[in-house]
Design a protein around this ligand. Structure first.
Ligand SMILES: O=C(O)C(=O)C[C@H](O)[C@H](O)COP(=O)(O)O
Length: 215
């Protein structure tokens, strides 16, 4: 890999990565600032909405110190578009060989999604050792990740999908978990109302909780 940033550095930068779905471009910067005010420093903007690429660009411009990634990247074309928009890392829900091969040849790191030992083996054989375990809870949660990772102790994971303050401790108790992803600090009703204070408060609580569990 000849990446300009290591996935290890991304995992180390924050024990928590908020998963952002931005419907309204005007919300991109206030939403990120609300997360930042709660102590969050790394962001995943999912390419699930038409506003996502412009949102990444706007966030990079408004918060130059933020580490901003693109999520829900499904193919090389979306990888390139995300990088063009300013994404500093890329996350995918799965691990097609097309995407794995493409990202290896480029400068921006990819954290591919895996759900099975075969996925992990496919990604690892191409040099990927920082992976997203997705969808974490639906795949059996922390017990499943513990079992899956046992024969592959060199891999670090970012479990995502169904993680909340209720179960995050189960994941952070595992040595294979480097960071966790989730959207619980961005509840739909708060976003609808533009209630940024609530987002900041939930972010603060999330950061405190995750840091206390990582100690
Ligand atoms: O679209 C992607 O590539 C994703 O990353 C999916 C997200 O990881 C989950 O949607 C977040 O899960 P929740 O925290 O349960 O909301």
């Amino acid at each position: 890999m000849n990446w300009n940033l290591s996935p290890a550095a991304i995992f180390a930068a924050s024990p928590l990565v908020p998963v952002m779905v931005i419907d309204d471009l005007n919300q991109a910067v206030p939403m990120t600032k609300a997360l930042a005010a709660g102590g969050i420093t790394v962001y995943e903007v999912t390419l699930r909405t038409p506003a996502a690429l412009q949102a990444i660009k706007a966030i990079r411009e408004a918060l130059p110190d933020a580490l901003v990634g693109a999520g829900t990247v499904l193919n090389p074309q979306q990888y390139d578009a995300a990088v063009e928009a300013g994404a500093q890392f890329v996350i995918s829900p799965g691990c097609t060989s097309e995407l794995l091969v493409h990202a290896r040849q480029n400068a921006v790191p990819l954290i591919p999604g895996v759900a099975t030992p075969s996925d992990i083996m496919a990604a690892y054989s191409l040099g990927y050792d920082h992976l997203k375990f997705f969808p974490a809870e639906a795949n059996g949660g922390a017990p499943a990740l513990k079992a899956i990772s046992a024969p592959l102790p060199q891999i670090r994971f970012c479990p995502t999908g169904g993680i909340s303050p209720k179960n995050v401790h189960d994941y952070l108790a595992l040595s294979c978990v480097g960071t966790v992803g989730g959207s619980w600090m961005l509840p739909a009703d708060a976003l609808k109302q533009g209630d940024w204070q609530r987002v900041t408060q939930l972010s603060k609580e999330a950061v405190e909780l995750v840091k206390s569990l990582r100690r």
